[in-house]
Design a binder for this molecule. Structure first.
Ligand code: UT7
Length: 342
């Protein structure tokens, strides 16, 4: 009797981490498949049927890096939600393309948006950066120590893409999305996560130079070693099986079925990978959030951009399954209950 009562009290006061606002920024310049046809040996039909991508955004502003977009996505969130920047406790910028190798992009972003009382850092897990960042942001909130954690996913992929390599230049785009995490006592927000990594993947999706193994030199620049190199077919196979596996697992573990999952929020790397994940968990197309046709693969920004684009359709209490797969390899799934009517 006493234990039952204690459990009840514990449940009543349990803090969960809910997303309470979202924002986004996309550069104005649109790079279409037609334009890519003039740059490399490719065609609209191939790109559309193999990836689902029709166009992507490219940041053209001079001397503007990832923070340029991160700041604007955060400002969009601040404007929409009315949150006071000085009340934000923490800013995480999930990114694979920081402004500089050293000097935190998150610190600069936090200062520029007026989050003067926040501490901040960057988080890098390739295309899973935002997903892993959700786990980090939620843990800080659940600990009870912080009340407002701003997680931004932003990448200027055009800064690391070789626009003469048709295997990669058709896929990636630039963009940023932001989500605010706050404590919730109605059991809404992050419910469960299943996150994985396997270093075997580093051979198949990487930038060879500019890090501590092979620092930048005339030689590395001459040999195009500062661009993303991907063995697409291998990454595709790992992505399809792993993203579907973790999504299935998180459903099983939480006794969810296709009928009580409302939305699949999957990393937008390839429409065929997203469809394979949706098929494995038996979800109909109308529950699958999709914007890959408009933005391509924006790496850390895909998940928050989906939330910002579909915000109007999301309802309080909806069950969302997030899934991602990226370089490293890194991958995982998160189950989250949406906390407000869009
Ligand atoms: O977000 C991080 C994780 N990344 C991913 O999840 C990406 C996973 N990989 C993919 O999405 C796909 O592998 C790609 C979209 C990158 C490539 O699609 P694919 O169906 O795996 O094509 P492939 O690499 O097997 O190439 C098939 C053919 C090849 O020609 P042959 O050897 O069959 O004659 C390629 O040379 O298509 C050719 N090809 C192209 N043709 C026209 C490769 N790229 C292009 C292109 N346009 N852009």
């Amino acid at each position: 009797m006493e234990t039952k009562l204690t459990n009840k009290v514990a449940n009543m006061t349990k803090i969960t981490a809910a997303i309470t606002a979202v924002g986004k920024y996309l550069p104005e310049y649109i790079l279409t498949n037609k334009e890519l046809e003039k740059m490399v040996d490719t065609n609209d039909e191939w790109i559309t049927s193999r990836t689902g991508i029709k166009e992507r955004r490219i940041l053209k502003e001079e001397n503007a890096g990832t923070s340029f977009m991160a700041i604007r996505a955060a400002e969009d969130l601040i404007k929409k939600s009315g949150v006071r920047p000085e009340d934000i406790d923490m800013v995480i910028v999930a990114t694979a393309t920081p402004d500089m190798p050293v000097a935190s992009t998150a610190a600069y972003t936090a200062s520029k948006i007026g989050a003067v009382n926040a501490f901040s850092y960057d988080l890098q897990a390739a295309c899973s950066s935002f997903l892993f960042g959700m786990s980090t942001a939620a843990s800080y909130i659940e600990s009870g120590r912080y009340k407002k954690v701003l997680l931004i996913g932003a990448d200027k992929m055009s800064s690391i893409i070789d626009y003469t390599d048709r295997a990669t230049c058709i896929i990636f785009g630039d963009g940023a999305g932001a989500a605010l995490f706050e404590p919730n006592t109605e059991s809404l927000g992050l419910q469960d996560e299943y996150l994985r990594t396997d270093g075997v993947g580093r051979e198949f999706l990487k930038i060879d130079a500019g890090g501590s193994i092979l620092p930048s030199s005339e030689e590395t620049v001459k040999n195009n070693l500062h661009y993303v190199h991907q063995e697409g077919r291998t990454v595709f196979k790992f992505a399809v099986s792993n993203m579907a596996d973790v999504s299935e697992k998180i459903l099983e573990r939480n006794k969810l079925t296709k009928d009580n999952v409302d939305w699949l929020v999957a990393h937008q790397a390839n429409k065929r990978i997203i469809e394979a994940t949706a098929n494995r968990i038996g979800l109909d197309d109308d529950k699958v959030l999709l914007n890959i046709h408009r933005y391509g693969n924006t790496t850390s920004a895909t998940l928050p951009l989906l939330l910002a684009d579909y915000e109007g359709k999301l309802k309080k209490g909806d069950n969302l399954i997030f899934a991602a797969f990226g370089g490293g390899f890194t991958w995982g799934a998160i189950y989250l209950k949406w906390a407000y009517n869009g």
